[in-house]
Design a protein around this ligand. Structure first.
Ligand code: TIU
Length: 225
């Protein structure tokens, strides 16, 4: 059944059978002290705001039978998939691969690389390990979505202006209708969150739409938050 979703700059219609919920990088490395996010000097508590809205849309998506995709940013233990430009950039207190309280920072298999227990994937959901900011770069995501005939992506997670934005831009260029779930995204910089969402909506929705967790839950048949 085709659903109507309240969004900016305009409402849109989607078919749950060809729609995926894409949850970007809700990992301990970004949301908990001692991980990658904090190593960059950020107040990681700011990202907590996205957790409850994502829990709501995840429950609604599961109930409606949507394809659910979780992504994790991280690298192989030997760092062979981490370009020097990424490893060298900035002046973090601890670099990617350094030992931290949640294991080696941003390394696959370490405790910090894991998704928050509150949003843990369940059987049948797709988990994409990505070395970059965008979920399509150097991953199987495009092939997985293509095999299922997916046309619309409901995107949430962290951070709004980095991995969420990059994924929406990648998805838009690949022909997907990309909808950011605004309150299901968060940034270490509240201003970047606000402007990041505004950039998507501007110019008639130049590379997507912005909706809300309540609107997504309502469209999927649950109670609006
Ligand atoms: N630092 C920051 O804002 N983000 C990242 O490094 N990765 C993601 O957004 N996942």
């Amino acid at each position: 059944m085709i659903r109507s979703l309240a969004a900016e700059p305009a409402d849109l219609h989607f078919d749950p059978a060809t729609t995926a919920l894409v949850i970007i990088d809700m990992q301990r490395d970004f949301l908990e002290p001692g991980g990658f996010g904090e190593s960059l000097g950020n107040d990681v508590s700011l990202l907590q705001a996205a957790v409850a809205p994502i829990q709501a849309v995840l429950a609604a998506a599961r109930a409606a039978g949507l394809l659910v995709v979780h992504t994790r940013e991280g690298h192989k233990p030997d760092l062979s998939d981490a370009p020097p430009a990424k490893l060298e950039r900035g002046a973090p207190t601890a670099r990617i691969g350094a030992a931290g309280p949640m294991g080696r920072i941003l390394i696959r298999g370490e405790p910090g690389h894991g998704i928050l227990p509150a949003l843990a994937p369940v059987r049948g959901e797709v988990v994409i390990d990505k070395p970059g900011k965008g979920a399509f770069h150097a991953t199987d995501l495009g092939a997985i979505l293509g095999a299922r005939g997916i046309a619309t992506l409901l995107v949430c997670g962290v951070t709004t202006e980095v991995c969420v934005h990059t994924t929406i831009r990648e998805g838009n260029d690949r022909g997907y209708r990309c909808v950011a779930i605004g309150d299901g995204c968060a940034s270490y910089f509240p201003e970047f969150h606000r402007v990041g969402l505004a950039m998507i909506v501007a110019q008639g929705g130049i590379f997507g739409w912005v909706s809300s967790s309540g609107a997504v839950v309502a469209a999927l048949g649950g109670a609006a938050r």
